[in-house]
Design a protein around this ligand. Structure first.
Ligand code: GDP
Length: 519
């Protein structure tokens, strides 16, 4: 989960759980989110109207304490998967909505697969229990097949019967979310760290310009901060909560609308706060260039099918996690990395950064994707090393910035195209040239070194200069028989396909291209 960073103990505080509602179409996700929004005790007191801003926080009461919960409320509900695909881990708990009159459906299974793959605990909301034909027991029964066993059946999953229409069970659902969070998650975040988080949604508002709903994941976002969100940047002019109230600051797990960006970021983009506007602009420019290049690359892909493989590699993205001994070096390293130029660019994305040693949760995050974990003047903790070794996570340590840059640059280039190296197979000296009907000229040769292999690549050398490259040994004969290879010291007939400009004393050099293993 997010927020489990290092830092001074006193900078840590517990944070609300972040919940995503998932389930089959028409099972009541939207209605349920509406019902929950209205159940907000604080909003009720304030009489405020809750706006739809992509995420909202409700405050509920549990055991006499007021406890906030953050809900991601984006249309389509694909955001969970979309964000995960982009490396952003937002959700702590998934509420799986299943209509009691309909039962487990394909998207129910899909949703629970995603949640389980992300190792996110599930609370099941058995919805529409007000309806005739509702069979909540059957839902419990069905879901046991997928490993979700209700507590009342001796399992570990909380099932709550609800109706988004009559609003029965909503408070129980909120309680179940908190109990699940308390039981299986240690949700804390460092409020003093450099603020960062994820964009939940972005839009262009007529009056206010670009508006992004962001979720703060660590640190404290404040009015006046210079931020970069994806390829957008700007100074935070105002922070607004879901009731439209202005906030001075936003703590971890707080969704807020940010006004003041120069353009609209995309859902799943990460945001970070930098010291100066100038730096924000630089990073944003860099990212814009990268996006343009990726778009160009995908255009090219459509044109040239031969380069499909390379083009696919081109559009790939290299994700990084940067850990360092202090926030200055982490920032400096990130900034330097963002300036790396690669011929045909691949997106370089820092999915997570932080101060302190590499932790197990860093490695967990790295497992979700192709990620290189960089430790700058820091090391991995014991458990993290074990996990990284076991799962083959690429962890690299540096003490010098330019070394990190060189290696990441090399990694980016490596992703671009496989590196091939030439492996010499053998050379042959042409002793005689025969004209063979239908085949063309055949070089009667003596193998001087190595082995001549049929179908291998070849080049022709005359007086020490390459006369022709890109040839291949299309026919190979020893006496009258076809041969697959002929070794040093033996004579053979070599045909170079349609290439006929062969002369006595030419040297035929043969080789193959082998993909160079990368380390
Ligand atoms: P979504 O596609 O999962 O977002 O589902 P909606 O929230 O749009 O609900 C689909 C339909 O089911 C709508 O017509 C809702 O009014 C209805 N619905 C949702 N929840 C309930 C409920 O608890 N009881 C009843 N009777 N109808 C519900």
């Amino acid at each position: 989960t997010f927020g489990d960073e290092e830092g001074d103990e006193e900078d840590w505080s517990s944070r609300p759980p972040v919940v995503t509602v998932m389930g089959h179409v028409d099972h009541g996700k939207t209605k349920l989110l509406d019902a929950i929004r209205d159940a907000n005790v604080v909003a009720r007191e304030a009489g405020g109207i809750t706006q739809h801003i992509g995420a909202y926080q409700v405050v509920t009461e549990l055991e006499g304490l007021e406890r906030p919960i953050t809900f991601i409320d984006t249309p389509g509900h694909e955001s969970f998967t979309a964000m995960r695909a982009r490396g952003a881990k937002v959700t702590d708990i998934v509420v799986l909505v299943v209509a009691a009159d309909d039962g487990v459906m394909p998207q129910t299974v899909e949703a629970l697969n995603h949640a389980q793959a992300a190792d996110v605990p599930i609370v099941v909301a058995v919805n529409k229990v007000d309806k005739e034909g509702a069979n909540p027991a059957k839902i419990r029964q069905q879901l046991t097949e997928y490993g979700l066993v209700a507590e009342e059946y001796g399992g570990e999953t909380m099932f709550v019967d609800v109706s988004a229409i009559t609003r029965q069970g909503i408070d129980d659902l909120l309680a179940a979310i908190l109990l699940t969070a308390d039981a299986s998650l240690d949700l804390r975040a460092n409020t003093e760290q450099d603020p960062q988080g994820v964009v939940i949604e972005g839009k262009l508002d007529k009056g206010r310009g670009p508006v992004a709903t962001v979720l703060v994941q660590r640190g404290t976002l404040r009015q006046g901060d210079s931020i970069v969100a994806g390829d957008a940047y700007g100074r935070v002019r105002s922070l607004l909560d879901e009731h439209g109230n202005k906030l001075k600051e936003a703590l971890p797990a707080r969704p807020v609308q940010v006004v003041g960006l120069t353009s609209v970021p995309r859902a799943g983009d990460t945001f970070l706060v930098v010291e100066e506007d100038r730096v924000a602009r630089q990073i944003a420019d860099r990212r814009q260039a990268r996006i343009r290049n990726a778009q160009n690359a995908s255009m090219r892909k459509r044109i040239s099918l031969e380069d499909l493989d390379a083009a696919l590699k081109e559009t790939r993205q290299l994700n990084l996690i940067i850990k360092g001994d202090n926030s200055g070096t982490v920032e400096a390293l990130e900034e330097a990395l963002m300036k790396i130029e690669v011929d045909d660019e691949i997106a370089l994305r820092v999915i997570h950064r932080g101060v302190g040693g590499i932790t197990k949760s860093d490695i967990d995050l790295a497992l979700a994707d192709d990620v290189i974990v960089l430790g700058f003047n820091v090391r991995a903790e014991g458990q993290a090393t074990e996990l990284a070794n076991r799962e083959g996570v690429d962890v690299r340590y540096y003490t010098v910035i330019y070394q990190a840059i060189d290696e990441i640059e090399a990694a980016l280039k490596g992703m671009l195209k496989p590196i091939y190296e030439e492996i010499q197979l053998g050379t042959a000296e042409v002793r005689e040239v025969f004209r063979v009907p239908k085949i063309g000229n055949v070089a009667g040769s003596l193998v001087r070194s190595g082995t001549i292999v049929r179908n291998s690549k070849a080049r022709l050398i005359r007086d020490g200069a390459v006369v022709a490259d890109n040839l291949s040994v299309e026919s190979l004969r020893r006496f009258k028989d076809d041969a697959t290879e002929v070794r040093e010291g033996y004579e053979c007939g070599i045909g170079l396909g349609s290439f006929n400009d062969i002369k006595v004393d030419d040297v035929i050099e043969t080789f193959e291209m082998r993909e160079k293993p990368r380390d």
